[in-house]
Design a protein around this ligand. Structure first.
Ligand SMILES: N[C@@H](CCC(=O)N[C@@H](CS)C(=O)NCC(=O)O)C(=O)O
Length: 474
């Protein structure tokens, strides 16, 4: 009996347990359905709240290929995105407000009602997802997988190798011949594979533009615009066909405008390598003989920002100033030709020629010296500034000193400008000007006059410190 009872008890308990399990299962299914439904509503309403809100603000300069990814995605997705107003590369992205959005200080960053997002691919993905069932993400799970596959390929195999080839030539990294060779060889391997895929596919995935095409095209854009000559791309005919088809799609054209292929590869910049930079300064004579670097292409458009320096206007207001007894070219010639007794010949000659009514002297002091932690990056930064000053060559002479034997290095300079003020077109068009504190030299003050002489001469030690580099703009 007992055992039967026991058996009965067990059976009853088993059947009660199974009823409870079924009930729990129902509860769970019900809960999941409700919760999932609510979650979907929540995501849907968030999506529409963000998509319907005012335009999302994208922080980047005009012409940044990483920002293009988002702007093109927004065109395809019907999402409003606008570039932050008054963004100045190198200034805005170093501000405390910007660093709160992206601690690494790089652009682009997208501001959303739910907080900022950095990393250009992540931003483009987010904008694509603001449109429910966006065709930019394909029509199936496998499409989605392939889209992500090509996005990674575009970043790791294409963009990274274009960067390793182009950026040293554009002055953003030290140039190392074997590094360039390796980058070109990896790039050829990737473009070869891409060309084979595109031989039988108009788009990377499926039969219409996807996010993968947008990211791939923006990455190829830097290559085609700066470094891929026709002789190089003709080895990859399907990539050529693909690229030109994509950049001519209306939504791409709206953002990229007309795209032109590079006609020459930027020359290798004649830069000091980091290792050489630590060597003691060379004797003055040797320094003076150093030729001015050949004009390099304007690189801001590629990495930083893209604020292209407009060409000098035909009639510069400085040409309308009363004639000066100081002939700038005479001074530049004296500077270049003085090989010995620099103080007695060139510096004395400078003060004999100097006309404070027709010219002015300015000290500049870099505002962010604590960021100058890497010698060659600091020197490249100064080199970039001098390239951008190219438009003032007829009206200016400058010396830029990189000071210190240990990081952070200080950057200080001296500039001679035509006119008694810093020319307006220089302030307007050379964004680096804002990165420096400018003080007019008062040459009635002997100490300031001596400082001018010391800077022209690259006197070392300068203000008690060694010189890492001295660049001349003439
Ligand atoms: N992986 C990042 C790269 C961002 C990046 O390198 N941005 C450059 C401009 S295109 C920049 O902000 N450079 C400034 C710096 O390095 O301080 C992305 O895709 O957003």
């Amino acid at each position: 009996m007992e055992s039967e009872e026991g058996g009965m008890t067990v059976r009853v308990r088993e059947s009660r347990d199974s009823v409870r399990s079924v009930a729990m299962l129902f509860d769970m299914v019900f809960f999941l359905l409700c919760f999932g439904f609510l979650w979907r509503i929540d995501l849907g309403s968030k999506r529409s709240r963000v998509a319907d809100s005012m335009a999302l603000v994208l922080h980047a300069g005009n012409g940044n290929k990483n920002a293009f990814k988002t702007l093109i995605t927004a065109e395809y997705s019907g999402v409003q995105v606008e570039l932050a107003k008054n963004f100045v590369m190198g200034v805005t992205n170093k501000s405390p407000e910007f660093l709160k959005m992206n601690p690494i200080g790089k652009v682009p960053v997208l501001e959303t009602p739910d907080g900022p997002i950095f990393e250009s691919n992540a931003i483009a993905r987010y904008v694509a997802r603001l449109k429910a069932d966006n065709p930019l993400y394909g029509n199936s799970l496998i499409d989605y997988g392939h889209i992500e596959q090509w996005i990674d390929f575009a970043s790791m195999e294409i963009d990274a190798n274009i960067g390793r080839w182009a950026y040293p030539r554009l002055g953003y990294m030290p140039y190392i011949a074997v590094g360039e060779e390796a980058a070109i060889s990896s790039l050829k391997r990737a473009l070869g594979a891409l060309s084979i895929h595109l031989a039988s596919n108009t788009f990377l995935v499926g039969h219409s533009v996807t996010l993968a095409d947008i990211i791939m095209t923006c990455n190829l854009y830097i290559g085609f615009s700066w470094i891929f000559l026709k002789t190089f791309t003709s080895e990859f005919p399907h990539v050529e066909r693909y690229f030109w088809t994509m950049v001519n799609q209306p939504n791409f054209r709206k953002v990229l405008g007309e795209v032109k292929q590079a006609e020459s590869v930027p020359p290798v910049p004649s830069q000091k390598k980091p290792a050489q930079a630590k060597e003691p300064a060379k004797p003055k004579e040797a320094k003076k003989e150093t030729k001015q670097e050949p004009a390099k292409p304007k690189v801001e458009q590629v990495i930083e920002e893209e604020e292209e320096a407009p060409k000098p206007k035909a009639k510069n207001p400085l040409d309308l100033l009363p004639p000066s007894k100081m002939i700038l070219d005479d001074w530049k010639r004296l500077y270049s030709n003085t090989k010995t007794n620099f103080r007695e010949v060139a510096i004395k000659g400078f003060w004999d020629m100097y006309d404070p009514e027709g010219y002015s002297l300015w000290f500049c002091d870099y505002k962010y010296n604590d960021e100058n932690t890497v010698s060659f990056v600091t020197m490249n930064k100064v080199g970039g500034f001098l390239q951008r000053m190219d438009l003032a060559r007829k009206y200016a002479f400058g010396k830029m000193l990189v000071i210190g034997s240990e990081p952070p290095f200080k950057v200080k300079g001296l500039w001679l400008f035509r006119g008694t003020e810093i020319p307006k077109f220089v302030l307007d068009e050379v964004y680096d000007m804002e990165l420096y504190e400018w003080t007019k030299a008062d040459i009635s003050d002997e100490a300031q006059k001596e400082r001018v002489s010391a800077m022209i001469e690259d006197q070392e030690p300068f203000e008690g410190e060694a010189l890492l580099d001295a660049k001349c703009f003439k």
